[in-house]
Structures are given as structure tokens and as C-alpha cells.
Design a protein around this ligand. Structure first.
Ligand code: CO
Length: 211
């Protein structure tokens, strides 16, 4: 298959026909509303396509992706997505999905200039810095990258929970769980890091917003 846009338009036509055949009336239903149960925050990496790897169809998962699946508190893009997902769509589960061998994480571990993206990836260096001792015990560079990929997931799960968006939802009795998982591009398997957070008591006191 070439990389021409015409091919994609053709693929799309086939897909739309097939999808409607398997699910009669699906486009009509989806055109009226979306009602996804999940919010996915993942990496932009082309090898980690959200819907595909968790077997979900259009309408079933709300998706935000950026380089290295970061949730920065000054990023209006991710915050707008998070607010809409929690307040309007009332998703039950927020899934932060990282992946091993992440190019963004790898770049953050290097001491060379890559461009504008270095500013975006800066907070990953901070995670490394805080855990420097643990990293110094590892001799293998790939192990370092993968450990930092996991730590990055943990950090971003915390960042999601520290937002006023999620905390306000919890205060109002809305059930929202925030999960951290990591995907392996080597075998297509997602590992649950078992760090799910479901309430305000599970976050560090300094980040808790008192009402
Ligand atoms: Co990545």
C-alpha cells in the first residue's frame, strides 16, 4: 500500500460500508450523541493506537494523545479534554497509557538538544532527577528507558488526580477512577501498573483541595 491520501479515502469508504453493515444504524446513532465510558490519555506514537489495542469502536472511548503521554498543569489542551470528559461525558475510568521504548522518554534521558520538544519533555527529566539513585544502579540503557516510562505513567496519573477537575468530581460524589497502564510495542500487551486512584484521600495532602 502506498502512502497516498487517495488510498486512505478509499480505505475509509470500505471501512464505513463494512462498519455500517456489521452495525446497522450505527452512524445515525453516533451522529446524535457520544457516550463513552472511558477517557484515554496516551502517546502520539503511531504504534499505540488507542481504539485498536483495547478493541473499542467509534463512540466508546474519548482520546487525547501527545508526545510521551504527559499531563502538564499548564497544558490547556489536555485540561480541556479532561474537563469535558469528566464534567460533560461523565466518564467512569480515566486511563493513562504509557509505552515501553517511548521516544519522548528516551529523548528526555539524553543530554542533547532535540528542539522545541525538549521544553515539552522537561518534566520527565525531573522524574529522573528525583530517582537518580535507582537509575544509577541500572547499567542497561534500555532498562533505564523502560523504568522511566513506568515512572512517567505513575507521575501522570498523580497529575490527573491533582487537577481541580478530578478533585471537584470526587467532592461531588461522582465516581471516577484514574488508572495507570503501560503498553509493550514488542508484543502488543498492556500491563496494569495497579496504581488506580479513586478518591481524594489517596493523594498527597499538599495537593488536596479543601472545600
Ligand atoms: Co511514546
Amino acid at each position: 500500500m502506498g502512502s497516498k491520501i487517495e488510498q486512505l479515502i478509499e480505505n475509509n469508504l470500505k471501512w464505513a460500508e463494512q462498519f455500517e453493515n456489521i452495525n446497522p444504524g450505527i452512524f445515525n446513532k453516533l451522529s446524535k450523541q457520544q457516550n463513552p465510558n472511558y477517557l484515554w490519555i496516551g502517546c502520539s506514537d503511531s504504534r499505540v493506537p488507542a481504539n485498536t489495542i483495547v478493541g473499542l469502536q467509534p463512540g466508546e472511548i474519548f482520546v487525547h494523545r501527545n508526545v510521551a503521554n504527559l499531563v502538564n498543569h499548564s497544558d490547556m489542551n489536555v485540561l480541556s479534554v479532561l474537563e469535558y470528559a469528566v464534567k460533560v461525558l461523565q466518564v467512569k475510568d480515566i486511563i493513562l497509557c504509557g509505552h515501553y521504548g517511548c521516544g519522548g522518554v528516551k529523548a528526555a534521558l539524553e543530554q542533547k538538544e532535540h528542539g522545541i520538544v525538549d521544553n515539552w519533555l522537561r518534566s520527565i527529566k525531573d522524574i529522573y532527577s528525583v530517582n537518580q539513585k535507582t537509575f544509577q544502579e541500572l547499567s542497561n540503557e534500555l532498562e533505564k528507558i523502560d523504568l522511566l516510562c513506568e515512572m512517567n505513567v505513575v507521575e501522570q496519573v498523580r497529575n490527573i488526580c491533582h487537577t481541580s477537575i478530578v478533585q471537584n468530581a470526587w467532592q461531588e460524589g461522582q465516581e471516577v477512577s484514574v488508572h495507570g497502564v503501560i503498553y509493550s510495542i514488542k508484543d502488543g500487551i498492556i500491563k496494569d501498573l495497579n496504581i488506580s486512584i479513586r478518591s481524594i484521600d489517596e493523594i498527597e495532602t499538599i495537593y488536596q483541595l479543601n472545600k
